[in-house]
Design a protein around this ligand. Sequence first.
Ligand code: FES
Length: 108
Amino acid sequence: MSVRLHVACAEVAPGTVVDGSIDGRFVVVWRTLDGVLVAGEGRCPHQWSPLDREGLVDGEELVCVAHGWRFATDGTGTKVNVKGRRDPKADLTSYPCREVEGQIWVDL
Ligand code: FES
């Protein structure tokens, strides 16, 4: 089901994270520093932190600051330990999204 979010493209500048929840579904929308728009489940798969408030963009990843899990644009979850080793974690459900005439459409 494709839905238009209440968030406009202009509200999601590179490096920002916003709440795109709609119709009772938690949706987070964020834009990488390179400008790629991403939409996904609004709750972290670790302990359900709300990613619109506890998510930060770090380059091309969304980081949940609660415990440091990181999510790639395709939702792949990882965590980097203090020695720099990247370990797999649960993935964030990602939703295909597109920008049409300044509006964001997401396939839920
Ligand atoms: S709740 Fe997101 S990393 Fe723990």
